[in-house]
Each structure stands twice: as structure tokens, then as C-alpha cells.
Design a protein around this ligand. Sequence first.
Ligand code: GRF
Length: 203
Amino acid sequence: KRVGVLISGTGTNLQSLIDATLDPSRGTGAEIVLVISNRPKVLGLTRAQKANIPTKVIPHTAYKSRLEFDMAMHSELMAAGIEIVCLAGFMRILTGDFVRLWRGRLINIHPALLPLFKGTHAHRQALEAGVRITGCTAHFVEEDIDSGAILVQESVQIELGDTEETLEERVKQAEHKVFPKALKLVATGKVYLNETGKLVWRQ
Ligand code: GRF
């Protein structure tokens, strides 16, 4: 399947997807053919270029509305024949129109065990709540932020003395395993989203 990845930053998750999809032994059934960033000059773009993946910068600041920005991305994705879109640290809220166009083909990674700690500052929320376990979630994207059917999760222990930074670092290790697994599930057709928004697993 032809995959497009949307990023805004350092792109360590993008790197995990690149590594997985370039390794034939992992059988992801996916090939990343386009990386779009809403910010210029971020490290994620360099990672894509190093892997010879075409990149596009679409600055959200150049558009009058969220919808126009989203539709500019949609056009690029369509032009590249993209079948699955991965949000890998993409820090813009997508419009309902965009989400509907890509429903069942749009995957996000969130640094907490959803449905807990939605939104930004997931690690801060986890530390403030005093939970001893957190983790990460790969899920299909629905209009409501950080909702949508869950594809893969992995738990991470919170250690004494953890800060937002140390926790983020440890959760990212888990994200880098979880996201490629989720992409493989979708790209190989092992799982899909039905009309009611529930996952269907193929035996
Ligand atoms: C990750 O923690 C991801 O869960 C969140 O944004 C971060 C992106 O990190 N949505 P990176 O750019 O992949 O390193």
C-alpha cells in the first residue's frame, strides 16, 4: 500500500515507519512514498530525504482556513496515489471534512493509553494523575480528537523520579514498536474499520 506520512517535527516515529517499511522481512505491505510537513526545515524532513522519500512542505500559515490547508494536503496525497495516511507527530487538528475523506485509512500515534490522557501534554497528565503505568496507542482517526478505534497499544511503567522528559523518551521507544505494527495491520488488511466505527479483525 502507498503510504503518506504527515509530520511537524523531529520525526522519530516517521523513522520507525521508514525502517520497518524498508525491511522486507517485516512484511508491512506498506511503502512510504510521500512525507508532508506543515513546518519547514524540521528533522523529520531530513530523515525522509535520507531515505529518498519525496517530501513536501505545506505551511499551514499560508492558508486562510483549516479547511483550505487540509484540502491542500488532500490534493497532494491524492496526486501521489496515497492509500493510507499516518500522523506521526503532526501537530495540527484536522477538519471533519479531511477525516471523513480518509476514514479507515488514517492512523495516529498518541503517547498515552487511550482513552486516558487525550490531547497535548499526555505525559504531564499521567504524572499529575499519579498512575504507575502509561503507554502509547495507535488508532484510527475520527473527528473527535484522540478517539477512534484502537489498533495497537503498549504499556510503559512510570518510574520514581520520572519527569515529562524521561517519560516521553521511554514512551517513544514503545511508540516506535507500536506504530509500525499498526500500519502493518491496516496495510495487510488484517484489520479494517466498519461503517459503525468498529474494528473488524480477519482471521
Ligand atoms: C510523539 O510522542 C507522538 O506520540 C506525538 O508527538 C510525538 C512526535 O514525536 N503525537 P516524533 O516527531 O515522532 O519524534
